[in-house]
Structures are given as structure tokens and as C-alpha cells.
Ligand binder design. Structure first.
Ligand SMILES: NC(=O)c1ccc[n+]([C@@H]2O[C@H](COP(=O)([O-])OP(=O)(O)OC[C@H]3O[C@@H](n4cnc5c(N)ncnc54)[C@H](O)[C@@H]3O)[C@@H](O)[C@H]2O)c1
Ligand SMILES: [Zn+2]
Length: 392
């Protein structure tokens, strides 16, 4: 039979490359990490820039805007600020309010930012997400240089390839995959961070250790007391190792833009994302991830995937770091006595990627395993166990 169509398979390969620098004092003019992040690939032309600064950071370090301006002036004319730095509120609020995104896009428009111009975003994971989304959708993508300033942004989100905002009550419902132009991680930013936010970001390091690297897990265990105190040296080591593991996953994991159905590093995240919205973002992302990991660790032990002893190690470490492994939002039920609301997170997690439900569970400390179903009765029992432990 003669074919009714002619088929041409179009195959395109695009290579991405972005430098990630680890440093201290990145705004001291002698430190070239930021200048190079913007200009090293085209050293002899003028780079037009806009800078967005996290309001929480600006409150804690009031001279940050003049510091940025002084740094850029010191590297003129290669670095050329198109307008004074703009401070916007940090935190999840800026991902929940679509007006923030619109005002950033209109600011980029007003200043004629083109695809060779560069937006520098300095802030926590939420600010980087919204500014990253604005940059990625302006002219279909202007350059973004990230300066992550929280533990979470430095050890996870800031080195990654995603951005996004929340919409329709769903976490990260709108967003793009857009690798940054460069990342400059400056550990000094962590000095002004609240103990709460410092701790929250450690959850992502524990997560990547649990699913990828047993020796990193042991490092966190051995240094838990210093980390809980916020000791700068150990914190910088934790951030660096976690960032490296996240980078390796993106580079070598085979699916940087998550086209398949699995998100192997998102251990503990199906319930975490749901808990964030169930608590109206009263809890931090990292705090929800800690609870989600505690749950999924107990679940893994209940199924015999990992041992009880391993599960106890995980829970003890999370506690030693200072995490509270319970929130009353876990007790919420539809209509007061139907299914627990948090369990809807499982369907939303599947819907986010599409395809078959794929959840990462714990095969052992240092090794994640994929599961394609979760039993509601076992989830229930593990939530009850978290409740009992919280009381004890
Ligand atoms: N894109 C991704 O791949 C990815 C991955 C993981 C998490 N995330 C997102 O990251 C967000 C969480 O990020 P987060 O934990 O950094 O919290 P956050 O961005 O909400 O910041 C926490 C608080 O710290 C303040 N702050 C930031 N830097 C500071 C500093 N140096 N000193 C003092 N205060 C400072 C902020 O203003 C905010 O009030 C969530 O929205 C989460 O969904 C994104
Ligand atoms: Zn996360």
C-alpha cells in the first residue's frame, strides 16, 4: 500500500554550558568571579545589566545595592548597569503574586533588555525562581546570572536549570527549563541568614546524600552539631558537596529537562509540595522536604526497602539538625473525615510530570529506588507514626 504521508525526523542537539563559581566576598572589586560570569565569554564588549536583589537580603545587608553598584562601576565599561538595582520582596509571596512577574517583565521591556543583555538575580530560591522565569520568558530568554544567597539556593535550586512560579493553588505550575548563563555562589551571603532559613536549606543536602551519596550522609551526621549551630566552615562544605551532586545529576542523569516520568532527586517531595500549599506557605520548602523525607523513609522501612536502623539514622539526623518532623496540616482530612489532604499530593506530583507515577524511595542510605505506587494504608500508618513520635 502506498504511504499516505512522508515522514522527516528532525533531530536537533543543543549544548548548554554554564560556569558555577564558589567564592567569598564576590562584591569586592578585586574578586573577578562576577565580572567573569558576565563577561569572560565576550571580554571586549559592553554588557548591559539589570540587577534584582532579594528584599530579605537587602534588609539584612542594607549596603548591598551600593556595593553592587560600586563593583560594577569598578568594572566599567565592560559591565554597564542599565538602571539602579531593584529590590523586590523575597520569599514565596513573590512566586504567589503574578503582579511581581509582570512588573519584572515590564522593567526588562522599559530598559530594552535584549537577548545578549544580562539579568543578575541576587537572592533566595523563591526570588531566583521568579526572576529566572521573567528572564526566560522575555524575548524567549535573556541571560541570567544567579547569585544564590540562601543555603537552599546555593546547595540546590541556584545551580539547576529550572524556574517557576505558583498558580491555581499549585506549586511551580508555571515555569520553564532554562539553564543560567552563570552562577556565582558566595558563602558570605549565608552570614545574615536566619537560623531557620539556614536549616531549611540543609534538607536538600540531606536529600541528595540519601539518594546518591552515603559518605556525604556520614559527613552530615558527623558534623550535625556544628551545622545546627550554623558553623560557617561546615556549612560551606555541605553547600559545595550538595551543589556538586545536583550538578552531576543534571549533567549525567540523562534527563536534565525531566522529559521522562521520574525526578530521581525529588525524594520526599510529593508530600512536601502539598504541605507547602496546605500550610499556605507558612512552612518553608526545606522544612516540608524534611517532613516528606521522614515520612518516605518510614514508608521505605515499612516495605522493607531499607532497614529500620537506617530509618532511625535518617530521623535522628533530621532532628539533630533541628527539623520538626510534624505539622498539623498532616492531620487535615477532606470534609473533616475523608482521605488525608496531603495524599492528594501524590496525584499532583504525577500530574506535574505526566506518565506513570514515579516516586523515589530509599533503598539504602545513599541509594534511591523508584516506585510506581504508594499504598494509602501504609502512608496512613507512617503519618500516624510521625504524629506519635512528635508527641513523644
Ligand atoms: N528551581 C528549582 O529547581 C528549585 C529547587 C528547589 C527549591 N526551589 C524553590 O526555592 C524556594 C525556597 O528557597 P529558599 O529556601 O531559598 O527560601 P526563600 O527564597 O523563600 O528565602 C527565605 C527568606 O530568606 C530571605 N533571604 C534570602 N537571602 C538572605 C540572606 N542572605 N540574608 C538574609 N535573608 C535572606 C528571603 O527574603 C526570604 O525571606 C521555594 O520556592 C522552592 O520551590 C526551586
Ligand atoms: Zn526541593
Amino acid at each position: 500500500v502506498a504511504s499516505l504521508f512522508e515522514l522527516h525526523v528532525q533531530r536537533v542537539q543543543v549544548q548548554f554550558e554554564y560556569p558555577v563559581a564558589f567564592t567569598r566576598g564576590c562584591l569586592v572589586p578585586d574578586n573577578l568571579a562576577l565580572r567573569d560570569a558576565v563577561a569572560a565569554r565576550e571580554p571586549s564588549r559592553v554588557h548591559r545589566l539589570l540587577v534584582v536583589i532579594d528584599g530579605g537580603l537587602a534588609a539584612a545587608r542594607p549596603h548591598i545595592a551600593p556595593e553592587v553598584q560600586a563593583y560594577l562601576s569598578a568594572h566599567a565599561p565592560v559591565l554597564a548597569l542599565a538602571a539602579p538595582p531593584r529590590v523586590i520582596a523575597g520569599g514565596e509571596g513573590s512566586k504567589n503574586d503574578p503582579a511581581v512577574l509582570a512588573s519584572l517583565q515590564s522593567w526588562l521591556h522599559e530598559h530594552g533588555m535584549d537577548r545578549h543583555a544580562c539579568v543578575i538575580a541576587i537572592g533566595g530560591g523563591a526570588l531566583l525562581d521568579v526572576v529566572g522565569y521573567a528572564a526566560a520568558t522575555t524575548h524567549r530568554g535573556v541571560r541570567l546570572v544567579r547569585l544564590p544567597t540562601t543555603v537552599l539556593a546555593q546547595d540546590d535550586s541556584g545551580v539547576g536549570v529550572k524556574n517557576g512560579i505558583n498558580a491555581f493553588g499549585k506549586k511551580n505550575f508555571l515555569g520553564t527549563f532554562a539553564p543560567p548563563y552563570a552562577v556565582v555562589t558566595d558563602f558570605d551571603f549565608l552570614e545574615t541568614l536566619s537560623p531557620r532559613d539556614r536549616r531549611a536549606g540543609m534538607a536538600e543536602a540531606v536529600k541528595v546524600a540519601l539518594v546518591r551519596d552515603a559518605s556525604f550522609f556520614s559527613f552530615i551526621e558527623e558534623n550535625a552539631k556544628a551545622l545546627a549551630r550554623g558553623s560557617a566552615e561546615e556549612l560551606a562544605q555541605l553547600v559545595t558537596t550538595s551543589a556538586r551532586l545536583h550538578l552531576r545529576h543534571i549533567r549525567e542523569g540523562g534527563d536534565p529537562f525531566e522529559l521522562g516520568s521520574a525526578r530521581p532527586l525529588d525524594f520526599g517531595h510529593w508530600s512536601a509540595h502539598k504541605l507547602e500549599s496546605l500550610t499556605d506557605y507558612r512552612l518553608r520548602h526545606g522544612e516540608c522536604v524534611a517532613i516528606g523525607m521522614a515520612h518516605d523513609t518510614l514508608y521505605s522501612a515499612a516495605l522493607g526497602l531499607c532497614t529500620r536502623a537506617e530509618a532511625e539514622r535518617v530521623i535522628s539526623l533530621l532532628r539533630e539538625l533541628g527539623f520538626v518532623l510534624w505539622d498539623d496540616a498532616l492531620a487535615l482530612r477532606a470534609d473533616g473525615r475523608g482521605a488525608r489532604k496531603v495524599i492528594a499530593g501524590l496525584a499532583e506530583f504525577r500530574e506535574h510530570l505526566g506518565g506513570e507515577l514515579t516516586v523515589t524511595l530509599l533503598g539504602a542510605i545513599g541509594r534511591g529506588v523508584e516506585a510506581h505506587e504508594m499504598r494509602e494504608s501504609v502512608i496512613e500508618a507512617c503519618i500516624e507514626e510521625l504524629a506519635r513520635r512528635a508527641v513523644a
